[in-house]
Design a protein around this ligand. Structure first.
Ligand code: SAM
Length: 232
């Protein structure tokens, strides 16, 4: 289960009501049974259930994070497509997701949606045995998104034109990088002005291949390409 760091007191985890319900009713654990607790910011513990507490038995080493931190600036797609994007990108190792309101996405989601995405990220991180739960930002404008991070490599995905492939660009610089930022557009694509602004802000235009991918598919392709390069 995922807890907040404040739930740790001395060598014990103070379990919330729903967590206790999940452990005892859904998983049917009894006193003395073991379960794993993660804090979402790098730590995992093997824990034993002791009535309403978890007693920490040992810290576990988890090495499931990618070597390079990947932040995605994602123009919000229509409908519920973003739920899957958050879940699958978390499984694939994303560090940060920034929902972007771009020229061709006018959708400004409700705060419930943001909470929902954060919950999906926490659940997916737990199931993928990640040490960190990705950070999901509140939606920001395209211009704010461009200037949000200091990163060694910044890319903007654009399917039209003769742009070099992301993999080729990454292979030229890959080793030794710590942080990259990648922007992916909405169904209607980026406007010319957005592309120009991105290039002026230091983003390199890259291709993901000759076929145009749906806005909700492109993030998985980006992460799969980069994760495969970073895994060993
Ligand atoms: N109608 C849009 C156009 O003509 O550009 C298509 C946009 S596509 C459905 C959504 C976003 O996914 C694009 O803005 C881009 O960021 C990314 N994308 C999709 N296919 C791509 C490709 N082959 N290469 C690079 N980026 C791609």
């Amino acid at each position: 289960i995922t807890i907040s760091p404040q739930q740790i007191r001395d060598n014990q985890v103070v379990l919330e009501k729903e967590q206790l319900h999940y452990l005892t009713r859904v998983l049917r654990l009894s006193d003395g049974d073991k379960f794993i607790v993660m804090d979402g910011v790098g730590k995992w513990w093997l824990t034993s259930l002791q009535s309403e507490y978890g007693e920490i038995l040992e810290a576990l080493e988890v090495q499931t994070e990618l070597k390079v931190s990947i932040s995605l600036l994602l123009a919000l797609p229509k409908g519920n497509g973003f739920d899957d994007v958050v879940r699958i990108c978390t499984e694939l190792g994303v560090d940060t997701i920034v929902p972007i309101i771009s020229e061709r996405t006018l959708l400004n989601p409700s705060s419930q949606k943001l909470e929902r995405w954060r919950r999906i990220a926490a659940e997916a991180a737990e199931q993928s045995e990640r040490a960190f739960v990705p950070t999901i930002y509140e939606p920001v404008s395209f211009t704010q998104g461009l200037n949000l991070f200091e990163a060694e490599q910044k890319y903007i995905c654009e399917g039209r034109g003769d742009n070099p492939h992301l993999l080729k660009c990454w292979r030229q610089v890959g080793e030794g990088q710590l942080k990259i930022v990648i922007a992916i557009g909405p169904e209607g694509g980026w406007s010319q002005e957005e592309l120009e602004n991105a290039v002026n802000a230091g983003f390199k235009m890259v291709s993901l291949g000759r076929r145009i991918l749906r806005a909700v598919t492109a993030p998985f392709v980006v992460l799969s390409i980069l994760a495969a390069e970073m895994e060993n």
